[in-house]
Design a protein around this ligand. Sequence first.
Ligand SMILES: NC(=O)c1ccc[n+]([C@@H]2O[C@H](COP(=O)([O-])OP(=O)(O)OC[C@H]3O[C@@H](n4cnc5c(N)ncnc54)[C@H](OP(=O)(O)O)[C@@H]3O)[C@@H](O)[C@H]2O)c1
Length: 167
Amino acid sequence: MSAIKNVAIIGGSGTLGTPTLRYLLDIKHFNITAITRSSSSATFPLGVKVTKVDYDNKHDLVNAFRGHDAAILIVGASVMHTQLALVEAAGEAGVQWIVPTEFSSDTANKKLMEQISFFNIKDQTRAKIQNLGMNYIAVICHLWSAFVSFSLFRVQKQMLKLPYPEH
Ligand SMILES: NC(=O)c1ccc[n+]([C@@H]2O[C@H](COP(=O)([O-])OP(=O)(O)OC[C@H]3O[C@@H](n4cnc5c(N)ncnc54)[C@H](OP(=O)(O)O)[C@@H]3O)[C@@H](O)[C@H]2O)c1
């Protein structure tokens, strides 16, 4: 197996992507490209090559992934399906390793998958990676209680600010 040197990160400006990218930079081992949507206003730290691309343009997306050994995908939960196009383009570009957007419950657990259909797209993504002959590392870290409680707290705070409905 050849050494992993060139790494692309998608979602490197997000809640989880930001510290992940920071860490990758800090260890000073990889050449990092942040692939970001052409419509995104995301900004990235110095030392990161930024490639803006229209995810619907497969040709450009394949070119964005070309020359990378690995790709880390950290897309938001509501746009998880975009991973399928990203994985396909990465496969065509010759990327060998993918870290898909997992970062939650164990999606290899069949019983769990039957209960929570929301996770099916993660399963489909892993299957696609394998079908295209690539390797993956799924980071299974379960629920981040602090993150989730903070999000719920924020929602509750917003609800408190809502005016009473008028009749
Ligand atoms: N275990 C837990 O409790 C827990 C909690 C929260 C999240 N998570 C996991 O972490 C993942 C990432 O969450 P996050 O909060 O870091 O995500 P996020 O900040 O909401 O979004 C991550 C990135 O998604 C990209 N994105 C936004 N809209 C998009 C679109 N329409 N199409 C394609 N890409 C789009 C953006 O990148 P660009 O602007 O650069 O394109 C953004 O920086 C989640 O999907 C979930 O699997 C786990």
